[in-house]
Design a protein. Structure first.
Length: 238
């Protein structure tokens, strides 16, 4: 597998999210004139790439598999005929949870983190049209686990974590769901992705061809990188 590829800029850019048709690419930018985490979109339209600001401050983006919801932690926007709706709140049972990143499976199950050290990743299923109380995910976690990404079929979970055995400040890890429904061992994604710097915000493109992630060089210096998503299948087969 080739080494990770990215495009370095003068800003900190992270939290990549594509729409299902791959024609809209969302991410957050900070640094320079962008004093807060600004939500930016690059749209492919009329054979051109058009960049614009969605919001001057926003949560970490994740787009539902049907493209109808833009999740922003415990807030969200819905797709309308004229674009995205105003920001809405998830409400109970998430009202008092400081969610950073929330991702959703094809069954509608939420997987999310919280802004506290050693807080486990949790999930909440959609049962008979109602959102159940969040449950703790039984996986091996380190000092700081955050920014989960759940596979559409819930066959694996990716997140970033801090462990003494890692390559840098934070590394990306994966756990595969076993045949009995339990979660397997925590696996480091390896030195083609993880470095002496901090890697975070892993996600897979809707066409499942690319694995995207953020590499932080300190302060407001960091960029979005990608590798062939076969890196995941290579680990699954071990």
């Amino acid at each position: 597998m080739a080494k990770s590829t990215g495009c370095q800029t003068e800003h900190r850019e992270a939290e990549a999210a594509f729409t299902p048709d791959l024609k809209e690419f969302y991410f957050r930018r900070r640094g320079g004139k962008y004093r807060k985490n600004t939500l930016v979109v690059i749209r492919y339209k009329d054979n051109r790439l058009i960049e614009s600001v969605v919001a001057p401050e926003a949560g970490q983006p994740f787009i539902s598999l049907d493209g109808k919801v833009l999740h922003l932690g415990k807030k969200y926007r819905e797709r309308t005929n004229s674009g995205w709706s105003e920001v809405k709140n998830l409400g109970a049972p998430f009202k008092d949870i400081q969610i950073m990143r929330l991702t959703v499976s094809s069954k509608g199950t939420y997987y999310f983190d919280e802004v506290t050290e050693k807080t486990p990743i949790r999930y909440s299923r959609l049962v008979n049209g109602k959102r159940e109380k969040p449950r703790t995910l039984n996986i091996d976690i380190g000092k700081w686990n955050a920014h989960p990404f759940i596979a559409p079929d819930e066959s694996y979970l990716i997140w970033d974590d801090q462990r003494e055995s890692g390559y840098g400040g934070a590394d990306l890890y994966i756990s595969f769901r076993q045949r009995d429904g339990s979660w397997g061992a925590t696996i480091n994604l390896g030195d083609k992705i993880n470095t002496e710097f901090s890697e975070a915000y892993g996600s897979v493109s809707p066409d499942e061809k690319y694995f995207l992630f953020h590499r932080n060089f300190g302060g407001d210096r960091g960029d979005i990188y990608w590798v062939d998503a076969q890196v995941i299948e290579a680990l699954r087969s071990k």
